[in-house]
Design a protein around this ligand. Structure first.
Ligand code: SF4
Length: 346
């Protein structure tokens, strides 16, 4: 198996064996060190969720509100100004699906931000939003992505992936894009010169085998396009949504095991494995850094989606706090930009 791990060729049986092996954490930690050294990165950014109205019906969603808000362009610019005042290098923009929005609405947000802040990196619009914009505007995915890029899109969050297995998607988000459509949007983004992250929302109705299948899809895509900047495991939050009724969140150790497994199965193709401090909390995020993780994600400044579903870990972690968490475990903190270039703090 050692040969297959090194070569990025683990099989399903290897993955199942690794998941119950006592050596999983130490193996993941060794591969983390080989891929990314002792540096732990983070980015100063801000989330802007421009609307919580949505025509979607995802059963895990606690964010959508029928009588919710829609931010105006001046609200979005004001939030961007506040982020820039705190030295943010990125704004991350996502929202619900508005029935009459097409690519022009999404481009307007990008152009207005770039008009005032030409240097800020805009990390925006999930594959579902791109799919929605293309469908509403009767355009191809490629044309839609080209317009967004021209208007200033720097990279995309690889959200809306949930579990990339249609059996699961039909149960938890039947109206969302299919596995094939998600792959198509993301692969087209990579080929258009738009890098993306990769995510998974795990810990609900999926089996371990289906979680592994998801990791293998990401690994195969990365072999072909090289367009993923990082992989972010996102544990399912069971509060205030239909899917969560009667369910508990994952146990801490299971969360750590999954982060470790992701490091091993995605090695050597994906260098950066990120932990979500918003979902796991500070302490568990710090533990994940010893189980294969090398990135703590963003400061955020505003977090609505996980909080709606019961996450209780605050909406802003200042850079000093990241630095403290990292130094406490004898690792080296490094501020980065969205594409993992190091940044010297001001
Ligand atoms: S997860 Fe996104 S697409 Fe699904 S209902 Fe919620 S806001 Fe809409």
């Amino acid at each position: 198996m050692q040969y297959r791990i090194e070569a990025g060729k683990c099989t399903l049986q290897d993955a199942l064996d690794l998941y119950s092996a006592p050596s999983l954490f130490s193996l993941a930690d060794r591969l983390r060190k080989r891929a990314a050294g002792d540096t732990v990165t983070y980015v100063i950014n801000r989330n802007i969720n421009f609307t919580n109205r949505c025509t979607g019906t995802c059963r895990f969603c606690a964010f959508r509100k029928p009588d919710g808000y829609i931010l105006s362009i001046s609200d979005i610019l004001e939030k961007t100004r506040a982020a820039v005042r705190l030295n943010a290098t990125e704004v991350c923009i996502q929202g619900g699906l508005l029935p009459d929005w097409d690519v022009s609405n999404y481009c307007e947000i990008l152009e207005d931000i770039k008009g005032e802040f030409p240097h800020i990196h805009i990390h925006a619009f999930s594959p579902m939003e791109v799919f929605h914009a293309a469908r509403n505007g009767n355009m191809s995915i490629k044309e839609t992505l080209q317009c967004l890029k021209k208007s200033g899109l720097g990279s995309m969050p690889g959200t809306a992936a949930e579990i990339l297995v249609d059996r699961v998607r039909e149960e938890i988000c039947p109206e969302k894009l299919t596995t094939h459509e998600w792959i198509d949007v993301v692969r087209t983004a990579h080929r258009t010169g738009i890098p993306t992250t990769a995510t998974i929302m795990y810990g609900h109705i999926e089996t371990l085998e289906e979680r592994i299948e998801h990791l293998f899809i990401i690994r195969e895509m990365q072999k072909r396009t090289g367009g993923f900047t990082e992989f972010v495991p996102l544990p399912f939050m069971p509060h205030n949504n239909h899917l969560g009724t009667g369910r508990q969140g994952f146990h801490s150790i299971e969360n750590l095991k999954f982060h470790a497994l992701a490091r091993v199965l995605l090695y050597p193709y994906i260098r950066n494995i990120q932990v979500s401090w918003v979902k796991l909390g500070e302490k568990l995020a710090q533990s994940a850094l010893k189980c294969g993780v090398n990135d703590l994600g963003g400061t955020l400044m505003e977090e609505n989606i996980s909080r709606s579903a019961g996450a209780a870990n605050g909406e802003y972690m200042p850079p000093q706090e990241f630095e403290r968490l990292i130094k406490e475990i004898n690792r080296v903190p490094q501020q980065r930009d969205t594409l993992y270039n190091p940044i010297t703090p001001l």
